[in-house]
Design a binder for this molecule. Sequence first.
Ligand code: IPD
Ligand code: CA
Ligand code: CA
Length: 254
Amino acid sequence: MLNKIIDIVKQAGEIYKTANDDLGIEDKGSAVNLVTKYDKMIQDFLFSELEKVVPGCSFLGEEGDGNKKLTDGYCFIIDPIDGTTNFIKGFQHSAISVGLAKNKEMIIGVVLDPDLNNLFYAEKGKGAFLNGKLIHCSDCNLEQSLVLFGTCPYEHELAHKTFELTEKIFYKAIEVRRGGSAALDICYVASGKADLYYEMILRPWDWAGASVILSEAGGYAATFEKEELDADKITSLVCGNQKVLEKFYGILES
Ligand code: IPD
Ligand code: CA
Ligand code: CA
């Protein structure tokens, strides 16, 4: 099943690469929350092709009015373009993210960065890979960490708290970065390209696929309240190795 899903995600990456100047940009009720015709095209493509791999499965996808609830049985959780603002601007840091849950447990994750041709994938119990090579989360301390964070761009009321927390963390780590794709942020932590990532609000499609890759790479993810992630809810998320997470929670509570 994993190989078939990878193949479909790669084909979706080819659709992403056909993007020209006419992106068909619309806003989703706020001037900063945008969608393009490519987000919709890629989601439609993934829905129709993945249905053939797992007949009768259900879907939880960001775009459109489709089902927004996780179901029992097989359920794909899809972000057709994670990092739509980067995509629109040509910043070249976005992802196509597909997670597969079975009876509400994440079992497969495939995240493609079509600009760099980086393919992250994992199946529960079988390790995590980047372009065919096994990946591992780092085991460094916060002092040796490159830290990624998200700004909750659609919830401006969380900006102050986010930047306050980030200032505290900035002084304790090597450096901080704001990439603009939560799925890639988590995959970067999974592959040791970065060591900690956090954001105060995420939707399940932002993290579902990447969460399997992270846990198979030996990393941990939880909410700011130290609860398990739940793809039925909108929650905060923090991920990294255990040492870095402990330091993060200490700073959060300080
Ligand atoms: C967003 C990106 C961004 C994160 C936001 C997400 P979208 O997803 O992952 O990095 O900060 O919270 O909503 O809207 O580009 O799919
Ligand atoms: Ca997203
Ligand atoms: Ca998206």
